[in-house]
Ligand binder design. Sequence first.
Ligand code: PRP
Ligand code: URA
Length: 206
Amino acid sequence: MLNLLKHPLITHKLALMRKKETRIKDFRELLQEISGLMVYEITRDLPIKKVTVETPLGKCDTEELDTKIVLVPILRAGLGMVDGISKLLPGARIGHIGIYRDHKTLEPMTYFSKLPDNLNDSVVMILDPMLATGGSSTKAIQLLKDRGAGIIKLVCIIGAPEGISRIEKDHPDVQIYLAGMDKKLNDIGYIVPGLGDAGDRLFGTT
Ligand code: PRP
Ligand code: URA
């Protein structure tokens, strides 16, 4: 299911990120900030349990989170979302999946995977700013399912209709979170208007 996070501050910061004049430092900061702002919504349905704590004035019946969390950035650009999210979820374990798109075929190629054990007892959040054809994300989701993950959330910044449809078709159980949804892909698989190549803008490569 798609969750489009329409919030003035998120949209404002995303507009700044999209601008072609925005350079590495600001681009990096904005990506972390938007990712952090998205945490409020992506954690909305996390399980909680009843607990009693002692305040300076007495007992308080309250609640705390009742799940482990694993963050899985897709290399490279997903790395740019980790700090913003893990600041708010400091106990989260972090796995990494390396996937790049073949420039000609747009097929996702997996080149690295290092994941925590026991994914089945955690909520797993995949991080990748761009959901274009959906090839990279669907491959990462399948890899995580094969490793035992049950509850998976896909957290992206900008999505194209093609990528959203692909995930909804391949993995209808996965919640998708986006800060922006754009019109289409161009003929080389880039999101239009999008923000260009997220990895290159984040790391200063071409
Ligand atoms: C980008 C982006 C996604 C993928 C999205 O990575 O960060 O992982 O493309 O495209 P898709 O939905 O069509 O699969 P890229 O392949 O450029 O790798 P990089 O981050 O290492 O540059
Ligand atoms: N990957 C990117 O970095 N940008 C796009 O627009 C599509 C895929």
